[in-house]
Write a protein that binds this ligand. Structure first.
Ligand code: ATP
Ligand code: MG
Length: 440
């Protein structure tokens, strides 16, 4: 008999079917036992009445791989509206050791550190699975939307020979007899790709050797990168970003209802237009709302970001807000200075719920302006030869953004820590989820 999915059983009432999956849980009630079997389609209930069979199944632990053959019966009160009765069960691969964390409870009742210590297994918890299902959906809709808009996906390098932006904190790796680095963004490459395809996007790893131990920083993150040519200014980039977020939100709320319900989540509201305020206005708003005067600061503090998100929600009924025109001293060398006020750049951040999820803007596209800007930032133009060459051989006005996948997932799902939205997080204490102390 051919294996079918648990989710396909509802169309087979009265028929004998074969399903395979993980033993999720077994409950006994008097002489009957209810076995829950999980596969990629869902969780189905299997009713056991044979005392011998119950005894046999009781000896294997949750997680065991089972093959169940039985008759499908209608059961309106169960998740899949059907159950399996009179089963024959083959234990394909038994789990003999009980797992220390109970994955059958509605939440894993353990500290995040413990959850990460056992990451390969705790990822199987239904809520964790729901998070990463949705994350995969976010990626799918990102690709779908931008492909529709004429963007071409590209795959940039992660091992690079020099800093992609200069001055940033990068991990170095031994590269045969040389030193190489892990890229901290696809910035320079995506600009090069504008010269090739005009509109490009990528989903790339980025590595940041920042010693920031916060709820929202990783040392290895995944970034949605986008870059497009022939723009008027950064407003075109904010427009495409806003449309992308709206598209993703709509699709996720439509196609991931069960996961959202399981997580008890309402997505950030994105229907209304996202407000756009300048950096200067942002600090003024923060001051007027809280009395905290950061108007002389050169960057937004985490508290100011949080307050601006509240402002957007209260005033505009939306969970997103753009802050634009950052100070030139605070933006990268390739940021295009504003034509009216050259002390600020055509750069922006998009904040969601409580913090930044995207940075982007218009780039300089004139060779001489770029060389001057590099020098102004104390960088050596000779170190950027490949990059600079594109500006000698034809570059339109262009701009783009970088959006963290894990950061976006965290904010969209209202998670309290970015590590919950990262399969195998690396940070100051862990490499791919494993504690550095355990590795030593
Ligand atoms: P932050 O101010 O939050 O540290 P950033 O301004 O240094 O971020 P950018 O270089 O602007 O980050 O990167 C673009 C986006 O990539 C950020 O808006 C964020 O979503 C994500 N990102 C950046 N750094 C990290 C990190 N260390 N861990 C996870 N995501 C990150
Ligand atoms: Mg940023």
């Amino acid at each position: 008999m051919k294996r079918i999915l648990t989710s396909e059983c509802s169309s087979k009432v009265g028929e004998v079917v074969q399903i395979s999956g993980w033993l999720f849980n077994l409950r006994t009630l008097g002489k009957i036992a209810f076995l829950l079997l999980r596969d990629r389609g869902g969780i189905i209930q299997v009713v056991l009445e044979d005392p011998e069979l119950i005894k046999q199944i009781k000896s294997v632990q949750n997680g065991s791989i089972l093959e169940v053959t039985g008759k499908v019966k209608s059961a309106p009160n169960t998740q899949l509206k059907v159950e399996i009765e009179n089963p024959q069960i083959k234990i394909e691969n038994p789990v003999l050791e009980p797992f220390t964390i109970d994955l059958t409870k509605s939440d894993i009742n353990a500290e995040l550190d413990v959850v990460l210590d056992y990451r390969p297994i705790t990822l199987r918890h239904p809520k964790s699975r729901a998070i990463f299902k949705i994350q995969a959906g976010i990626v799918q809709y990102y690709r779908e939307f931008l492909t529709q808009k004429g963007f071409t996906e590209f795959f940039g390098p992660n091992i690079i020979s020099a800093s992609s932006e200069g001055g940033a904190e990068l991990f170095t790796v031994n590269y045969f007899d040389n030193k190489a680095m892990l890229s901290q963004s696809a910035q320079l490459y995506k600009q090069m790709m504008v010269g090739v395809h005009e509109r490009v996007f990528a989903l790339m790893k980025c590595f940041r050797a920042e010693k920031s131990a916060t709820r929202r920083h990783l040392t290895e993150a995944t970034q949605f990168e986008l870059e497009m040519g022939f723009i008027t200014d950064h407003n075109d980039i904010m427009d495409i970003l806003e449309e992308t977020i709206k598209f993703i939100t709509e699709k996720i709320s439509l196609n991931y209802k069960a996961e959202l319900e399981l997580l008890g989540i309402t997505l950030p509201s994105a229907e209304k237009q996202f407000p756009r305020v300048t950096f200067k206005e942002a600090l003024q708003i923060y001051f007027e709302r809280t009395g905290v005067d950061e108007r002389a600061e050169i960057d937004l503090s985490p508290n100011a970001e949080k307050e601006l998100c509240l402002y957007a929600k209260e005033q505009f009924g939306v969970d997103y807000i753009f802050v634009e025109k950052f100070l030139r001293v605070k933006t990268a060398f390739y940021a295009k200075p504003n034509e009216v006020d050259p002390l600020v750049t055509n750069y922006f951040d998009l904040l969601c719920r409580e913090c930044e999820i995207v940075s982007g803007g218009q780039r300089i596209n004139s060779y001489t302006e770029l060389v001057d800007s590099l020098k102004l930032k104390g960088l050596n133009p000779n170190d950027f030869e490949d990059y600079l060459s594109i500006f000698k051989y034809g570059m339109p006005s262009h701009g783009g953004f970088g959006m963290g996948l894990e950061r976006l997932t965290m904010m969209m799902l209202g998670l309290s820590n970015i590590r919950e939205a990262t399969l195998f997080p690396s940070d100051l204490k862990r490499i791919a989820a494993k504690s550095i102390n355990q590795i030593k």
